[in-house]
Design a protein around this ligand. Structure first.
Ligand code: FES
Ligand code: FE2
Length: 428
């Protein structure tokens, strides 16, 4: 369990909260590059850390992320005209550039300098790995650009999607570092999903549902090792990376693409679940790209024209009780992504952690909370830069490997847990 004041501290991420301010120390994914496909295309609403913002690409290709609402009388600039290097409000024509500077108030007399005095909040927006990233902290504390491997390999080797999740970010993230649920919730899909099937490691997952967890602190977060029995007294290790505040990378399977997530608060009761698949040394195949588009693996199908999953809480996630009874799926919900999201959303928008009963397989979650609490307290008290901001902390990999019984995973997997260009992932 977690004390109520600690639960509040970790789950509240608005602009005036300690956790919200700490989130603003990082480059976080804001939207997909494909959402702003060309110069002067329509602007896109983006809600992040309880702020309503608007992203746009101007006539010269410059990217901006500004307050959604016009400084004049507060209408949404989403209705605005993206033209001639700025976004013009549809109500009375005030115009803003990508930095949020007002550049024209057409009702003012010729030569008026009034517009120069008007600015909207704005944040940087940079493109990397098919994702547009922002850093919402003070400009003078902006860290180096993100170096996650999935965002720095050639474009043909990586693909990222996002979906709207109707829960607080923390319970979603905790699902991502809870590797023990794979043997239950996802067991029906391990051998059928095109992004997972056929790996030797799947058999260890299915035959040993009592993994032993060993969790070790890493520079940016945690190495979360889950140990299951393999042949001849050896162990099958799956090592998940968690890098603060909310990056996870799940251990690979066979020669499949490697995947992971970011969970970014939209507000305290909803978050963006970002899901990436990439391979460090090869291009994704046409079949893999089709599967991602089709909502397989950790991706989902959408309500057309939105990032809301097609299976969502308004339709009971299209639960199929017959499939559940027959054992085709464990929970009756189809697909890894919605199996996870349905249960995480079922906890309520912000789960009451004072009522939990944690067990040994929750040790990754317990240590992640401790690490977050330590970091947010040090950040709030002394402005200490939290782990995960330094790009060095981001050059990590998850790993799957077989080790002899006397070898600690942090030694046996030492090299495998570092992202090195052109070096194949360690996978079983
Ligand atoms: S409200 Fe935007 S110009 Fe008047
Ligand atoms: Fe899961």
């Amino acid at each position: 369990m977690l004390r109520k004041d600690h639960n509040d501290l970790l789950t509240q991420t608005g602009p005036d909260t300690p956790m919200g301010r700490m989130f603003r120390s990082y480059w976080i994914p804001a939207l997909l590059s494909e959402e702003l496909p060309e110069n002067d295309c329509p602007p896109v609403r983006v809600k992040l850390l309880s702020e309503r913002l608007l992203a746009f690409r101007d006539s010269e290709g410059r990217l901006g992320l500004i307050d959604e609402f016009c400084a004049h009388r507060g209408v949404s600039l989403w209705f605005g005209r993206n033209e001639e290097c700025g976004l013009r409000c549809s109500y009375h024509g005030w115009k803003y550039d990508v930095t949020g500077q007002c550049v024209d108030v057409p009702s003012e007399p010729e030569g008026s300098r009034f517009a120069r005095k008007v600015t909207l909040t704005s944040y940087p927006l940079v493109e990397r790995g098919g994702v547009l990233w922002t850093c919402m902290g003070p400009a003078d504390r902006q860290p180096p650009l993100p170096e996650w491997e999935f965002a720095t390999v050639p474009a043909a080797q990586t693909r990222t999607t996002k979906r709207w999740q109707e829960s607080n970010w923390l319970q979603a993230m905790e699902g991502g570092i809870d590797s023990s649920h794979v043997s239950f919730l996802h067991r029906g899909d391990l051998n059928s999903d095109p992004m997972f099937k056929g790996a030797r490691g799947n058999q260890y997952n299915l035959s040993d549902s009592r993994p032993v967890f060993e969790v070790v602190e890493s520079p940016g977060g945690l190495y979360i090792g889950a140990r299951r029995n393999a042949e001849k007294g050896h162990y099958y290790w799956r090592i998940t990376q968690w890098v603060m505040p909310s990056f996870t990378m799940i251990a690979p399977r066979g020669n499949h693409a490697v995947h992971g997530h970011f969970w970014i608060p939209m507000d305290d009761e909803s978050c963006w679940t970002w899901s990436f698949d990439y391979h460090p040394t090869r291009e994704l195949t046409g079949a893999e790209l089709d599967a991602i588009r089709d909502g397989k693996g950790i991706h989902v199908k959408y309500v057309p024209g939105t990032f809301r999953p097609l299976a969502n809480k308004d339709n009971d996630y299209l639960i199929d009780r017959a499939a559940q009874k027959a054992g085709r799926t464990f929970s009756g919900v189809e697909g890894f992504g919605m199996q996870d999201a349905s249960l995480q959303e079922s906890m309520g928008p912000i789960v009451d952690r004072t009522k939990e009963h944690l067990v040994s397989t929750d040790s990754g979650i317990i240590m992640a909370r401790q690490r977050l609490l330590r970091a947010v307290k040090a950040f709030a008290a002394d402005g200490v830069t939290p782990p995960g901001v330094d790009p060095e902390h981001q050059r990590v990999r998850s790993a799957a490997l077989i080790l002899p019984p006397d070898q600690p995973f942090k030694d046996g997997a030492r090299e495998a847990m570092i992202a090195r260009p052109a070096v194949a992932p360690s996978s079983v």
